[in-house]
Design a protein around this ligand. Structure first.
Ligand SMILES: Cc1ncc(COP(=O)(O)O)c(C=O)c1O
Length: 339
């Protein structure tokens, strides 16, 4: 195998040896198949292409100091995918099949799991899409589920760092009764222009407000938001955000640390009162926020004047990463150790 410089890989696609597939046809799921090609032979009228019948997931496997491979909260991703499939009228993959496919894909590509010291990990991408042809707007009668894996570098190359974010009211990601709570491809297409503008302006990503009133925080880029004040972890409750598995984990860890947890609406003005703030998701665990600029109101909310992550963000980050890499005990049963 060509030598991979584990410490210097980014979040890109690196080819691995195998992907695992499962087909749905004639009303049922088939057996898992192992493939070594990265390509698909797809009907040009497949519903995934025309009508967006596509859902995906993202999770990671970590190599511990003890050499063991750990996969984080795989069942929660399986459940979220079931939900996304229900929201797009797609065939629902049984949880055990999802788990079996993920384990197989990781095992077959074990040589691509980065060493513990690198801080890198193996990103796992399960996805499911309509392959059956339709011309009218209707769900397909055939589906394909695939899991591929690819090694990804540490999110923070120069150590745990803060970055700035921006509120821009000219963009919505999803509607209150729309698709925001599902992990469907269309949501990401809808975020590309806004993300590009935020990057061009020098920000890590955009903060979306609730599309109806433009009053409350929804989420930021492809991550949930949380704020910290008075020993309390506060995160938005909204029907248009993705239920982040990282956020769910951080809420439990915050309680373990003796903090109060509040999941409720968070008005933009409340940003003023937070001692710390962060964006959370599988990619970074926590991306601590230096400041949030309100582009329209010409106002800044600063959380980290010295650019350093706050103590609560740091504690939560270390705790969750510790569990993922096996340095901390898995007291909540979140980790699957690869046999
Ligand atoms: C829109 C969106 N919000 C939040 C998240 C964070 O979710 P998780 O913690 O499950 O990765 C993601 C990433 O998956 C996302 O795409």
């Amino acid at each position: 195998m060509e030598q991979i410089d584990w410490g210097n890989i980014g979040f890109g696609y690196i080819k691995t040896d195998y992907n695992v597939r499962c087909r749905f046809s004639n009303g049922g799921w088939g057996d898992l198949e192992i493939h070594d090609t990265e390509y698909l032979n797809l009907h040009m009228a497949a519903t995934c292409i025309h009508y967006g019948q596509e859902v995906f997931e993202g999770l990671k496997a970590f190599r511990g100091q003890d050499g063991k491979i750990r996969i984080f909260r795989m069942k929660d991703n399986a459940l979220r995918m079931l939900d996304s499939c229900a929201g797009t009228l797609m065939a629902q993959l049984p949880i055990d099949k999802f788990e079996e496919a993920v384990l197989k894909a990781v095992k077959l590509n074990e040589r691509f799991i980065p060493p513990y010291e690198s801080g890198a990990s193996l990103y796992i991408r399960p996805f499911l899409f309509g392959t059956g042809p339709q011309v009218g707007v209707k769900p397909a009668d055939e589906y394909l589920f695939i899991v591929f894996v690819t090694p990804v570098g540490p999110y923070f190359k120069g150590g745990f760092q803060t970055t700035p974010f921006v509120i821009m009211r000219e963009f919505d990601r999803s509607a209150p009764l729309g698709m925001g709570k599902y992990k469907v491809g269309g949501n990401y297409a809808a975020s590309l222009v806004a993300g590009q503008k935020a990057h061009e302006l020098g920000y890590s990503n955009i903060f979306y407000l609730d599309a109806k009133e433009k009053k409350y925080i929804d989420e930021c880029g492809a991550a949930n938001f949380f704020g910290i004040k008075n020993n309390t972890y506060i995160t938005p409750k909204s029907s248009s955000i993705l239920p982040s598995i990282t956020n769910k984990s951080l809420m439990v860890l915050a309680e373990d640390l003796g903090m109060t947890v509040e999941e409720r609406r968070v008005a933009v003005e409340e940003l003023e009162t937070f001692e710390e703030a962060g964006a959370c998701g599988t990619a970074a665990v926590i991306s601590p926020i230096e400041r949030i600029d309100d582009y329209d109101e010409k106002k800044s909310y600063v959380f980290s004047p010295d650019g350093k992550p706050g103590p609560v963000c740091e504690k939560l980050y270390n705790k969750l990463r510790g569990i993922q890499y096996g340095d901390e005990p898995d007291t909540h049963g979140w980790v699957t150790v690869l046999e």
